[in-house]
Design a protein around this ligand. Structure first.
Ligand SMILES: *Cc1c(COP(=O)(O)O)cnc(C)c1O
Length: 370
């Protein structure tokens, strides 16, 4: 009997499998992978599973997560996905490569690289329409010219990021622009751009339909390795596990109650005025899990239960015809938002398990690093 709740059960072998399937798939057209660890806070055991599956780099948006993996003596090439000027020294000391879009930040990186007798490698991100990070193609020439004057910085590639903010899909046209820019900049400056990183888990559809991938030779994958899905339609990728992570929490109240609140209605705990549908008397359960722990809209119960709502510490479910005793465990699948928040909650224990015919068996050695 596993007493700890709430907890996330993590099947490392499934994450390793997913990383392996994707490494082989993308490898067929010469694309290497960066395993993105930000959704799991740079958990070293999970990053190791990605490396065992064949990813060539570990990428994270937070320098603290990279520090954590280095402290755990994980050995790989670390890539920082989001670079802040104020963290330049930590970036130079901890990341092998960083993604960049601002000259002042790169100047600072060069300054610290000089102090620490290093050459810091960067990938320059190009804006292709999603409107998060990136240098507009028309400004790229001048930008690279400035960077090349910095003695302790080496530009090793170009990249782009789509489908994150604007929802813009990676397609042949966008990838073609990135390939062309790579060729042009190499010729103009007589440099070698050895990494051309075309995107993230949203690039799956483009890859599957593309006859050739041009200069694109790298992708940065988080969600598709962790949750087994591509991210333009959130379809499961064939041959991949989609339940490497399960969130499990405890029933703390189970009663028949009216479905309509009674009394005068004002604001709820989050400042909304709620409205309800009258379904008569229903079986309801309260679960010890709340908005402080995860993104409730990112949860899906495995059993036939309906999530009615949540406050900061209580999740309320219609248990339909099923009677759930208090103390019962209820398990949920997670989407990316749910995973991100749950992994960040200090109240949720992270436990590595092996799945044997659907049942979870706890690892003898507790690899939990929280
Ligand atoms: C988070 C992130 C990724 C990974 O995105 P997924 O959709 O999880 O594959 C890739 N690149 C950058 C720059 C990111 O910030």
């Amino acid at each position: 009997m596993n007493a700890f709740m709430p907890r996330i059960e993590i099947a490392l072998s499934q994450i390793r499998h997913n990383a392996q399937v994707l490494s082989e798939l993308y490898g067929q057209k010469g694309i290497s992978l960066m395993g993105v660890s930000k959704a799991v806070l740079g958990n070293p055991a999970i990053a190791l599973a990605m490396i065992q599956g064949g990813v060539k780099f570990i990428a994270d948006s937070r320098i603290e997560n990279i520090q954590r993996m280095k402290d755990a003596e994980l050995s790989t090439q670390f890539v920082l996905l989001r670079t802040a000027l104020s963290q330049a020294e930590a970036v130079v000391l901890n990341a092998d490569i960083s993604l960049n879009t601002e000259i002042d930040t790169i100047v600072e990186l060069s300054r610290y690289a000089n102090i620490h007798h290093k050459i810091h490698q960067i990938i320059i991100m190009v804006e292709l329409g999603d409107l998060r990070e990136g240098i507009l193609p028309c400004d790229l020439y001048q930008f690279i010219k400035k960077v090349l004057s910095l003695p302790h910085i080496k530009i090793i590639g170009l990249g782009c990021n789509l489908a994150c903010y604007g929802g813009v899909k990676p397609d042949n046209q966008k990838m073609g622009i990135l390939s062309e820019l790579t060729d042009t900049m190499e010729k103009e400056f007589k440099i070698n751009l050895k990494i051309v990183s075309g995107g993230n888990s949203a690039n799956y559809e483009w890859y599957e339909s593309a006859r050739e991938v041009g200069r694109i030779n790298n992708l940065r994958l988080g969600e598709s390795i962790l949750l087994g899905r591509e991210t333009t339609n959130r379809k499961a990728i064939p041959g991949m596990y989609t339940s490497a992570f399960k969130l499990i929490a405890e029933v703390i109240e189970s009663k028949e109650k009216p479905s309509l609140p009674f009394g005068e209605i004002g604001q709820d705990s989050f400042g909304n005025i709620p409205s309800f549908q009258d379904r008569g008397i229903r079986r309801r359960v309260v679960i010890a899990l709340g908005k402080q722990d995860t993104l409730i809209s990112g949860l899906k119960p495995y059993r036939d239960l309906e999530i009615l709502g949540a406050s900061s510490d209580h999740l309320i479910l219609d248990s339909k015809n099923c009677y759930l005793k208090i103390g019962t465990e209820v398990d949920f699948s997670l989407d990316y938002g749910g995973l991100l928040a749950a992994m960040t909650s200090p109240f949720i224990k992270k436990q590595f398990v092996q799945r044997v015919r659907g049942e979870s068996v706890e690892f003898k050695r507790d690899l939990s690093l929280f």
